[in-house]
Design a protein around this ligand. Structure first.
Ligand code: PNW
Length: 549
């Protein structure tokens, strides 16, 4: 009798995997074909704003080399590619009464056709941080409520012009970063902060919360529009993607257990709770009082349920101690050093990132339990320490990045097959080394090395690992039998069900809390599948529940 390979060792055959990029980080050609300025264009040129003093004018030159980049994707064997549209290429001045730039639309249209021709599913972000400069000059960008209408107008153009071919939409990338890094810490465009050594204007105590509110409303209204006017005919799905790293208590003390939950509330719950559960977390209301805007009943009705899935960008895990006055971390201190003095994982080039796959698995479980939505992992990656100063050969042998992806792909597999988490995509950040925002080109996140003098691309060992891993773990979709294949128009391609088929948890509106103190024990219990029994979901075992109750 032949033994079939165990199903549990695989991901579903419709699992999307590939690499992610963002327009400003790769395109360059900032003056080409009628593109308007984005607020990153000039910000990056201000002295001291990027580590190496370099800007995004050339980046990886992908505006010119897009076909080579698509061929690179083919060589990696991906079935999907996540990229973003530059708002200021499509509406150069950004606003709802401003002209549309056909040349910009054409460029993205060619890119989308190029992907489809190669059998690669486009996964498109509408806003990955490159706001048209004109909207900042006009009313302060995300600080002005008018942005909601302008964003929805831009989104509508994208649905109209690309929605016949694009079936996966992300409204915003990482609104926490736009709010906090752009308007609180002042390290990303537009660089606003109360710190007058950093910025001549800004109020870090109020502006990030206003910006966050407007980002949520813009997201929600774009989703509403998509569902009312496009979804039925185009058959796609739409959601937001949030950054957020696992937060584990530093030790067993009740205040540190609470601190880990507070960290999650501010990093993730700030955006996810209104969108999936209906309101800001209680902890944020307490912490901020009337500095936190409130949703009117009308707003709440648009916001709640706006995102059809959970878009997840995650990089690391933090150990949390109560204390400090940093509101952007929920008045919680982060460390990678355990009580016994050991490090949580391997240190990356950037201070905020260590490798800890157990945390990734725990976060997948936490999010699935708390928000009850299918999860699309839209970013995950690692920057090897000092890679920028290594000779090419050495940089290509990126052992630490390979280890990172080994751990996190295993975590995905276990979360799907052992924990029952409904995960539908994995995009490694990033296809290429690229413009890493305030880090300039110093920090390299690519699985492909870019020589910035020649723009040559060289696959790193990590690209080879990821490619091979997904080849082995995503079964190619079975060819439909002729007599069973319905006659489908492209716009009725079968899509993963985005609505209402996630775990039916009994606690969708309660607040699960991080319940355990010793991070390793929390994670071991996840790994051991030591979960409370809940009804089986979609034929898979239920999500582990002990990080959430
Ligand atoms: C994400 N942090 O940004 C972005 O979506 C990408 O554009 C970026 O290149 C990538 O991660 C790597 O940094 C982040 O400070 C930027 O915690 C900063 C942080 C997290 C994510």
């Amino acid at each position: 009798m032949s033994v079939q390979p165990a199903q549990t060792e695989k991901l579903p055959s419709d699992f999307l995997w590939g690499f992610a990029t963002a327009s400003f980080q790769i395109e360059g050609s900032t003056n080409a074909d009628g593109r308007g300025k984005s607020w990153w264009d000039d910000f990056a040129k201000l002295p001291g704003k990027t580590l190496d003093g370099r800007d995004g004018d050339v980046a990886t030159d992908s505006y010119n080399r897009w076909e080579d980049d698509l061929d690179l994707l083919v060589s990696y064997g991906v079935n999907s590619y996540r990229f973003s549209l530059a708002w200021s290429r499509i509406v150069p001045l950004g606003g709802r009464n401003d002209p549309v730039n056909e040349a910009g639309i054409q460029w993205y249209s060619n890119l989308i056709d190029g992907l489809l021709k190669r059998g690669i599913t486009p996964f498109v972000t509408l806003y990955h941080w490159d706001l048209p400069q004109a909207l900042y000059d006009r009313y302060g960008g995300w600080l002005g409520r008018e942005i909601v209408e302008d964003y929805v107008n831009y989104a509508k153009i994208c649905f109209q012009r690309f929605g016949d071919r694009v079936k996966f939409w992300l409204t915003h990338n990482e609104p926490w970063c736009v709010s906090v890094l752009g308007h609180g810490r002042g390290v990303f465009a537009p660089g606003r902060s109360s710190d007058r050594t950093r910025s001549p204007e800004g109020d870090s105590s109020t502006e990030p919360w206003i910006v966050g509110h407007n980002l949520i409303l813009a997201h929600a209204h774009a989703c509403k529009l998509y569902r009312e006017e496009f979804k039925a005919s185009q058959g796609g799905t739409i959601g937001i993607t949030l950054n957020g790293d696992m937060a584990l208590p530093y030790d067993d003390s009740p205040e540190n257990i609470a601190a880990a939950q507070h960290a999650l509330d501010v990093a993730i719950g700030w955006f996810a709770d209104p969108i999936y559960l209906g309101d800001y977390p209680e902890y944020m209301k307490e912490m901020l009082g009337d500095r936190l805007p409130r949703f009117t009943p009308e707003e709440r009705a648009v916001v709640l349920g706006s995102s059809e899935f959970y878009g997840m960008n995650t990089y690391t895990t933090n150990l949390c101690k109560a204390g400090g006055d940093d509101e952007f971390q929920g008045k919680v201190e982060y460390t990678f050093t355990r009580p016994d003095g050991t490090q949580l994982g391997t240190q990356a080039h950037c201070a905020w990132l260590q490798d800890y796959p157990e945390g990734f698995r725990a976060l997948l479980n936490y999010l699935y339990k708390r928000y009850s939505k299918p999860i699309y992992v839209t970013e995950n990656g690692f920057a090897v320490k000092d890679e920028n100063t290594m000779p090419l050969e050495q940089a290509l042998a990126d052992h630490d990045r390979v280890q990172y992806f080994k751990g996190n792909t295993a975590a995905i597999l276990a979360a799907v097959n052992e924990d029952g988490v409904d995960i539908r995509s994995y995009f490694a950040w990033s296809l290429l080394d690229n413009f890493e925002w305030a880090d300039g080109y110093v920090t390299r996140f690519g699985l492909t090395y870019v020589d910035y003098d020649t723009q040559e691309r060289y696959p790193k060992d990590s690209a080879k690992f990821v490619t091979q891993w997904f080849k082995e773990h995503v079964p190619s979709a079975p060819e439909p039998k002729k007599d069973q294949a319905p006659n489908k128009e492209p716009e009725h391609l079968e899509l993963p069900q985005a609505n209402g088929d996630a775990a039916e948890t009994d606690s969708a509106t309660t607040s699960p809390t991080v319940e355990t103190a010793d991070p390793t024990s929390a994670v071991k219990r996840v790994a051991n599948g030591d979960a409370t029994t809940t009804p089986t979901v979609r034929g898979r075992r239920p999500a582990a529940t002990h990080l959430a109750h």
